[in-house]
Write a protein of this length. Structure first.
Length: 249
């Protein structure tokens, strides 16, 4: 059996005395997209914060077969574990090109000159970023900012990309485009852990899914099975869900 790229076992995260994530276990196999869906406030963003090392946690996090317990955030990033945060966190007063180059900072200081070729790849994947490469990031549309955040992450050559609510605040047409790009990244060899409130889009594009509710795993299984589950369908795929992507699984 293939060794998981990421394995999380019995993870607990608390803010002070208030528990936010309780006994969560999940794994991501190489070459797959795994989604974590659930309502707002379920602990999805907290889970990613613990995996990338931004939040203290109890439990086991294994990445590339090694314990991440002693790895700083920078070390995780250098090993290809890269987060695209929910709020994108771009440098608004810097150009698109400068934001992208900052995404390759770890590679550049380690002497990896291949980052320039990666920049060409990012511009090929996101033509609008190339068109706007001299434009300030703060002047971009919401969809373009999300593309820039993803492009900046790709500059670090991720083995596992952590995506936190990539569709947040975007119009349905742009959401389709973003999820089509996410699907294409898997075909390019990037594994993805996708946290997303838009359950319909997430389950359509992922291979396996987890349902997180009030900090605990409520359900898990192949994404197609979850999409067919009456409880998931009624709670997350009902009339309030937005039909978004035809990118496929």
């Amino acid at each position: 059996m293939t060794t998981p790229l990421l394995e999380v076992r019995h993870l607990h995260v608390a803010y002070g005395k208030v528990g936010a994530v309780h006994d969560v276990s999940l794994s991501v196999q190489p070459g797959t997209i795994v989604s974590v869906i659930g309502p707002n406030g379920a602990g999805k963003t907290t889970l990613l914060g613990a995996i990338i090392g931004l939040l203290p946690a109890k439990g086991e996090i294994t990445y590339l077969g090694l314990s991440a317990a002693s790895m700083a955030v920078e070390q995780r990033v250098a090993r290809g574990l890269i987060l695209v945060p929910e709020r994108r966190e771009l440098f608004a007063d810097m150009s698109v090109a400068d934001n992208l180059e900052l995404g390759a900072f770890q590679r550049a200081i380690s002497g990896d000159r291949g980052w320039k070729a990666t920049l060409d790849e990012v511009y090929h994947r996101f033509p609008r970023l190339k068109e706007r490469r001299d434009q300030l990031a703060g002047t971009l549309s919401g969809g373009e900012r999300q593309m820039l955040a993803m492009g900046r992450a790709l500059m670090g050559k991720p083995k596992l990309l952590l995506l936190d609510e990539p569709s947040l605040g975007l119009a349905p047409l742009i959401v389709r485009e973003i999820f089509s790009i996410i699907s294409s990244l898997r075909m390019a060899g990037v594994s993805i852990l996708l946290v997303e409130q838009n359950a319909r889009a997430a389950l359509q594009v992922s291979d396996y899914g987890y349902v997180l509710e009030t900090g605990e795993l409520a359900l898990e299984g192949p994404s197609s099975d979850l999409a067919a589950n009456p409880r998931v369908s009624a709670t997350y795929l009902g009339k309030g869900a937005t039909a978004t992507t035809s990118a496929g699984r």
